[in-house]
Design a protein around this ligand. Sequence first.
Ligand code: RRO
Length: 318
Amino acid sequence: MTVAPPRDERLEIDLAGLRLSHPVVNASGTFDAIAALRTFGDTVRAQFPFSAFVSKTITLAPRGGNPPPRLWETPAGLINSIGLPNKGLEGFLKRDLPALATLPVPLVVSVAGFSLDEFAALVEGVGRRPEVAALELNVSCPNVKSGCVIGSESDEMAALMARVRPLSDKPLIVKLTPNVSDVVPVALAAQNGGADALSLINTLRASAVDPCTGAPWLGARQGGLSGPAVRPVALAMTMQVAARTHVPVVGMGGIQCGRDALDFIDAGAACVAVGTESFRDPAAGTRVREALDRALCARGDGSAAAATNAARDRLRAA
Ligand code: RRO
């Protein structure tokens, strides 16, 4: 039997019309809910660590992903070069969506196209499904050729929004790349084109060298860095975007504990995503949520939403 966790009004937030029970979601591709359901069944549903579930990004056609090796551990992070392996739109709808729809939280499906037409087909195909609460537009994957092009240029971003916004009434969350000299113009183009929320950061372009041969370690030569190493970069970009936009921001990058989550809320994020830390501790989302609650309480904040609003006011005034 599924038992809902106790309600804590201090933590409830609104993310682009989604009423979430607390501000901690997962970063796309870092928590395999289908494997967890298969292994632990109702226990996962009863103790689900996140207030919404963001799927691994899907593409229109199935993909096998990048050649191995795909991972390299750094002193304070992880470089991945996964390369978007997935079943494609049809495979996802048929084989993954039924299981994801049984999760006890709203489902956000992450999509990435290699052209405006592909993004449009994905938004239409996913957006019409009642099981889906919102879509994440991943314009920032560092591990596929042209994966970052739309997310790196504000004109491309504006063209994407003009194309896909009319195709769905569901909230669209645009995931931004840190691999740009200035994240704000792209964020503004997404918002002004009708994005309901912005999430950041995706991973920072990175490489590793094989200590035996001196050649690039990763099969695709380059990857994306995540984990605590990127947290200060992610905080800076979250602050910049929160100061210059008005839609909700989902902040992420190296969050490991409640204090880290509070830092992102103080940087103007409405909610936070836990990513790499879930590989080390699959219950990290719950730990971060509980510690965030204690931290807000200790500081005398009435609610997470009030802390976010105060932070955004502060950032805009500075
Ligand atoms: O699959 C990946 O290699 C990947 C994706 Br889609 C992404 O958005 N970010 C990342 O670091 N890896």
